[in-house]
Structure formats: structure tokens, C-alpha cells
Write a protein that binds this ligand. Structure first.
Ligand code: HEC
Length: 203
């Protein structure tokens, strides 16, 4: 049998090295490409292209931060939460239902003036009658009942919706209040939809 030529052996040996080089693109280079892609974005969209400290750590750790980093993220995100001044965290569950079912807002294709929705059903089961829902997040069917309709739990629910990463570092759930994607009134309405004994979520 003819022995393999040296060049063939070298080529075979160098392939794994090439593959390794490919995954080791420095994050700064990736960031520069992303920034360049959004050069013509509207002025008020531009801050959304950059990462904040939390997003950077989540990217660097592939959403799996070591415990010490996760604790830092949760503390920082918790500090961002602004609670309603009068202490009332429960709005109108009927309005909240609409917000949970609405997936428009924040997209290039929206009509100007579109009010943002929470799109909760894209990731969560909520009311039993709704048959169309995503499963990226856990089912929230009966969530308020599960928490015994406790006032302290209502406040925790509002905090979760305001900033999901105050509870779970690098969560896939959007930070609705932190990004001002939903207003405080909208967040209170969704909290009531989730937590009120009158809401279909808890029937
Ligand atoms: C893009 C997907 C996504 C959307 C949209 C989303 N969530 Fe979540 N949510 C998640 C995921 C994933 C979790 C589990 C991880 C965590 O707790 O952050 C979660 C967790 C939760 C929890 C905590 C449940 C528990 O275990 O106690 C609540 C409450 C919640 N979501 C409410 C909402 C509400 C209300 C909305 C709409 C305003 C919403 N979510 C929109 C993905 C989403």
C-alpha cells in the first residue's frame, strides 16, 4: 500500500485547528459587525443595538453565568425596579388580558403609534380557554391561586414582569419595565390578569 504523503497527513491534522479558529472569533469583532448592520436605524433605536452589562455577561457565558455573576446580575436588575408609588400593584385584569394577548409593538412593520403588547401567550399558557400558546416559559394557569392570592406575591409578580432577570439571571423572558416596553399601568394590568381571583387565569 502506498504510504500517505506528508502533505495529506498535514492537511488532515490542520483541519481540526482550522475549525477551532473559526469558533474563536473575538466577541468585539462580532459586536462591530452587529453595529455596522444597524447603521441606518432610527436614532431612538440605536441604544437598543448595544448590549448592557447584563446582556454582555449573558453572551460571554452563553446564558449560563457562574453563581457569583448570576448573583451580581440579579442584584443589579432588582435595583432597576420602580414600584408604583402608592403601593398598589394590581390594575385592571380585563385590560391585562388584552395586553397578554397582544404581540404587536417594537417592530419595523408596526403602524406609527402602535401601543406595545406583552405577548405573554407567545411563551406561556395562561387562561384555560386559550388554546394557542407557546411553551418557552412555564404554564401560568392558576398562578395567583397557586400563590394563595397573597399581596406579597402580587408584588413579586409585578417585579418579575418589570424585570425578569431580577429573579432568573439571563432569563429568556423580556425585561418589560426595564426597557420601558410596557408602561407601569400596563404592567399593573397584566399583574392583575395573572394574580386576581376574578381573572380567567385563576378560574
Ligand atoms: C419570550 C418568551 C417570554 C415572554 C414573551 C414572556 N415570558 Fe414569562 N417567562 C419566560 C421564561 C423562559 C420563564 C422561565 C424563566 C424565568 O423565570 O425567567 C418565564 C417566567 C415567568 C414567570 C415566573 C413563573 C414562575 O416560575 O414563578 C412569570 C410570572 C412570567 N414569566 C410572566 C410573564 C408575563 C405576565 C408575560 C407577559 C407580560 C411574560 N411572562 C412574557 C418567557 C417569557
Amino acid at each position: 500500500m502506498k504510504p500517505l504523503s506528508i502533505s495529506v497527513v498535514l492537511a488532515a491534522l490542520s483541519f481540526p485547528a482550522l475549525a477551532a479558529d473559526k469558533v474563536a472569533v473575538p466577541p468585539a469583532e462580532v459586536e462591530a459587525v452587529v453595529q455596522a448592520m444597524f447603521k441606518s436605524a432610527l436614532e431612538d433605536w440605536k441604544p437598543r443595538v448595544g448590549q448592557d452589562e447584563t446582556q454582555r455577561v449573558c453572551t460571554d457565558t452563553r446564558n449560563n453565568p457562574p453563581d457569583a455573576e448570576a448573583a451580581k446580575i440579579k442584584a443589579r436588575e432588582l435595583a432597576s425596579i420602580a414600584y408604583p408609588e402608592d403601593g398598589n400593584v394590581m390594575g385592571d385584569w380585563k385590560k391585562g388580558e388584552k395586553i397578554a394577548q397582544t404581540g404587536t409593538g417594537g417592530q419595523f412593520s408596526d403602524e406609527p403609534g402602535t401601543v406595545n403588547g406583552g405577548n405573554c401567550y407567545a411563551c406561556h399558557q395562561m387562561a384555560a380557554a386559550e388554546v394557542s400558546f407557546g411553551t418557552l416559559g412555564p404554564s401560568l394557569l392558576g398562578y395567583g391561586k397557586l400563590k394563595n392570592f397573597q399581596a406579597a406575591e402580587n408584588k413579586l409578580a409585578l417585579a418579575k414582569i418589570f424585570n425578569a432577570q431580577s429573579v432568573v439571571a439571563c432569563s429568556n423572558m423580556p425585561r418589560f419595565g426595564y426597557h420601558k416596553f410596557l408602561s407601569m399601568d400596563q404592567i399593573k394590568d397584566v399583574t392583575a390578569y395573572l394574580m386576581s381571583p376574578d381573572s380567567p387565569v385563576n378560574k
